[in-house]
Structure formats: structure tokens, C-alpha cells
Design a protein around this ligand. Structure first.
Ligand SMILES: Nc1ncnc2c1ncn2[C@@H]1O[C@H](COP(=O)(O)OP(=O)(O)O)[C@@H](O)[C@H]1O
Ligand SMILES: [Mg+2]
Length: 264
């Protein structure tokens, strides 16, 4: 029996996602089974084309599996209406992308307000919440700036503020430091670390071992399947669960590689 507290936030079983490209079927995910518990900090790694973004899109309800089961906080995603899915994407999951995905023409306050506008929050309340989120990421003095008047790191902080306005239970970050220099990337990672300390579940895609080291668990994908998982959730039915609770930092070599990749 799994105690309610330990029930996985995310549960995937035999998830397959195929794309038809011309006459060819690409199996972007080829039978992924995975449990992620509340407040886990997970890094997803793997070569280009291994299915990382597809997995993030499925987890974030931006895309639906071709087959298999996905349950989010105990609910089957396949059974949800479009309105429910939109609500989840807006309120329960915070997205952070490599390319920031901000509206170029709007000031950053408006950018952070957008999810609240879609969420039907009244004007005064949303202004207040957007300001609070920008204060939280250290951009109190930049609210009227447009994205192109900010550095890359500041833009990513805006994206984090936007992801936080509804205090989602899960943050999904697809290569959040991919377009940033190492020092700025470290600042963004420090913010994700703080959010994790505050109780958030964080799932992060990265190519860099020293970025993945921030997470407690590393899942490696290859050709749409899980090749390794350092800390499979103990409640999982998959065979990988027998290798439970080895943190990424404890895997020999990872720490050394990370040290080598950190600038002086
Ligand atoms: N919308 C799509 N249409 C067709 N093929 C896609 C689509 N999205 C991803 N793929 C294919 O699925 C595979 C996995 O892609 P992706 O999840 O983006 O990998 P990664 O993020 O690990 O680089 C790749 O072969 C890619 O070409
Ligand atoms: Mg990708």
C-alpha cells in the first residue's frame, strides 16, 4: 500500500508517442513507464532526438500519448476535457523554455500577467500577483521594460516569474539554461533550487552534467526509451524501481565531470 503522501504526482505507464512524417512513423516515445513523486527534482538527459521534449510535452499536457496511461495527481489525462487540460496547463504546471517564449511587444509585467488574464483573475489582483512574482525573481525595477531591453538571464527570470504566478505544483523546464552563459545559467539554476526547497516538483531537461547535478535524480532517454534512472520512485511497478534512491550526486564520475565543466 502506498501512503497518500507518497503517491506519485506523475504516473506514466507504457507511454508511446508516434509521429507520422510523410510515410514514415517516428516513435518519439517507445514505451515509457515512470513515476515522479511530489517535490522530486528530476533531470532528463539524452542525445538530441531521444524524446526529451516529447516527454516534457506529454507531462505538461501539451501533447497526448498515442497509447499508454498518463495520470496527473491521480487523474487520467486522457479522460480530461479540453477545458480541464487548458486549466492544468495554465494553473498547475509552470513552463520554462530554452527560448524564453515571451511576447516581444509587451512589457514584462504584462508578460507575467498573461496566465492570470487567461485564468480570469480580476485586473487589480493580477497586477498585484504579477508584481509579486517579478519581485520574487529580482526584477522589481524592470517591470515596464520589454523583453529585448533585458539580458538573456533576465528574460529567463521573467519566464520563471510567469511560470510561478499561479503557484503551480510542477515546474517543467526544457533546457532552461541552453541559451545562457554558464554564470547566468548558474543563477537560473539557483532559482530552481530555491523553488525545489520551497516544495515544488521540478522536471528539467538538460545536456549538461553540471546542470543535471542540481537534480536529485537523472533519467536518461535513448531512442524514446528510458535507458537509466538513478532514483526511480519506490512505488513504481517498473523494474527500474529496484535501483531506488541513488542521488545523481552519488553516481561516480558525475561530480568530477561537473567540477570540470564549472568555470573558474
Ligand atoms: N511534431 C513532430 N513531428 C514529427 N516528428 C517529431 C515531432 N516532434 C518530435 N519529433 C521526432 O521525435 C523524435 C524525438 O524528438 P524530441 O522529443 O524533440 O527529442 P529531444 O528533445 O530529445 O531532442 C525525433 O526523432 C523528432 O524528429
Ligand atoms: Mg528537445
Amino acid at each position: 500500500m502506498i501512503k497518500p503522501m507518497n503517491r506519485p504526482t506523475l504516473l506514466l505507464r507504457d507511454v508511446v508517442k508516434t509521429y507520422l512524417v510523410g510515410t514514415e512513423t517516428v516513435r518519439a516515445l517507445d514505451g515509457v513507464s515512470l513515476d515522479i513523486a511530489r517535490n522530486e527534482y528530476v533531470a532528463i538527459m539524452g542525445p538530441s532526438g531521444s524524446g526529451k521534449s516529447t516527454l516534457m510535452n506529454v507531462i505538461g499536457c501539451l501533447d497526448v500519448p498515442t497509447s499508454g496511461t498518463y495520470e496527473l495527481e491521480g487523474e487520467r489525462v486522457a479522460a480530461m476535457s479540453q477545458a480541464q487540460l487548458a486549466e492544468i496547463r495554465n494553473r498547475r504546471i509552470g513552463f520554462v523554455f530554452q527560448t524564453f517564449n515571451l511576447l516581444a511587444r509587451a512589457d514584462i509585467l504584462h508578460n507575467v500577467e498573461l496566465p492570470l488574464i487567461y485564468g480570469g483573475v480580476a485586473r487589480q489582483e493580477r497586477r498585484h500577483r504579477a508584481e509579486q512574482a517579478l519581485v520574487r525573481v529580482g526584477l522589481a525595477d524592470r517591470m515596464k521594460h520589454k523583453p529585448n531591453e533585458l539580458s538573456g538571464g533576465q528574460r529567463q527570470r521573467v519566464a520563471i516569474a510567469r511560470a510561478l504566478v499561479f503557484e503551480p505544483s510542477i515546474i517543467l523546464a526544457d533546457e532552461p539554461t541552453g541559451n545562457l552563459d554558464t554564470k547566468t545559467g548558474d543563477e537560473i539554476m539557483a532559482m530552481l533550487d530555491d523553488l525545489h526547497d520551497g516544495g515544488q516538483t521540478i522536471i528539467l531537461v538538460t545536456h549538461e552534467e553540471y546542470i543535471a547535478e542540481h537534480a536529485q535524480r537523472t533519467i536518461r532517454l535513448r531512442d524514446g526509451v528510458i535507458e537509466s534512472d538513478t532514483g526511480a520512485y519506490a512505488g513504481a511497478a517498473s523494474p527500474a524501481s529496484e535501483t531506488a534512491s541513488v542521488g545523481a550526486g552519488e553516481v561516480p564520475g558525475v561530480a568530477a565531470m561537473a567540477a570540470g565543466a564549472t568555470p573558474a
